[in-house]
Design a protein around this ligand. Sequence first.
Ligand code: ASP
Ligand code: MG
Length: 395
Amino acid sequence: MKKPVIVQKFGGTSVGTIDSIYTVAKHVINAKNQGNHVVVVVSAMSGETNRLMSLAKQVDSVPNARELDVLLSAGEQVSMALLAMALDKLGHKACSLTASQAKIHTDNQHNDATIKSINTDTIERLLTQNNIVIVAGFQGINDNGDITTLGRGGSDTSAVTLAGALSAKECQIFTDVDGIYTCDPRVVTNAKKLEEIDFPSMEQMASKGAKVLHLPSVQYAWKHNVPLRVLSTFEVNSGSLIKGDSPTREVAGLAINRHLLFIEIDEQFIVSATTQCQMLGINLFSVIKHPDRSGIVIEHESISKLDLVFSDKIRNSSEVSLLTVVGLRAKGLIKSSKQLLMECDINVVDHFLDNDSLTILLSRDCVDNAACMLHDAYIAQGQAFDDQKKHMLLG
Ligand code: ASP
Ligand code: MG
């Protein structure tokens, strides 16, 4: 009988040192010894993609997109080879593959490509020859055979898409936290780990800035029913499972998108600014048309692109962040959120609503404080209330 396939993805911190790479190798061997075929997807060693990006930016503030992909994709090739060597040293057959060798085909959108198809022939052949197959995350090839990359954090999407193509029994995303939390635990220290979270809430969290999973990976797993789990490389645990088609929690969590810029532009130029953003592939987070303040909100990183064509229309720019409350009750929480934040002198610049979410725009230096406040009010206290109820029920 054919063995089941497991896809395991390891992020940058998990392959950050040779010691960690040996820890990764143990997880992989464990999964193999349990009777599975194992396909591993790796990120670049921690800090490496940023290092390569900063080299490119020293050459040109808006580097040539094709060449940037050639450069950035190098990081993953280092870690995949090191892991293959470690597995080999531990006595297990392993073979690393670039995206081109693994036949991961994408569209032509350099720096932000989408996977179109994967031809799994080579991977399957290697698996049946008893190999552990290691695939470079984050990269693909387009129809010209050129290297593309999937956008920052894209290795999650490589892993989930491979899991779908191979009909894997589970896709496991190993990272340096032990699961999905109600908010970034580095910011909100009493954030709670969720044993399970539904796909729509996870999609909202990822689309609004929670970095734990790359948004397309959540969307792909949801659409193709790929069982998806997030767990820690460094602790023994069962992590968090992403499962279910409908939101179940009144407030599931809070997402922070920290590094944004509010670009002030006169109202008459807003339409042309949004058109420019579309043409340049710049993500627009919000368009603000207040009589006293109008402009757009974009990622900090995109400013150099916009500057090339629009610098004469930009009046001012300030660092802002978005804080998003996700859950069935989220949309009804604007009044109370404004009230709670006002009590701490935090000004809400703007807000908007999406599927079961409320997003608040604030100045960057307030966002951590605001996240703690709202987490306390909507999640920590809500949970205390639930516990109290349970206690009463149980006597
Ligand atoms: N190495 C790439 C990045 O840092 C891709 C990834 O880690 O998922 O964005
Ligand atoms: Mg990531």
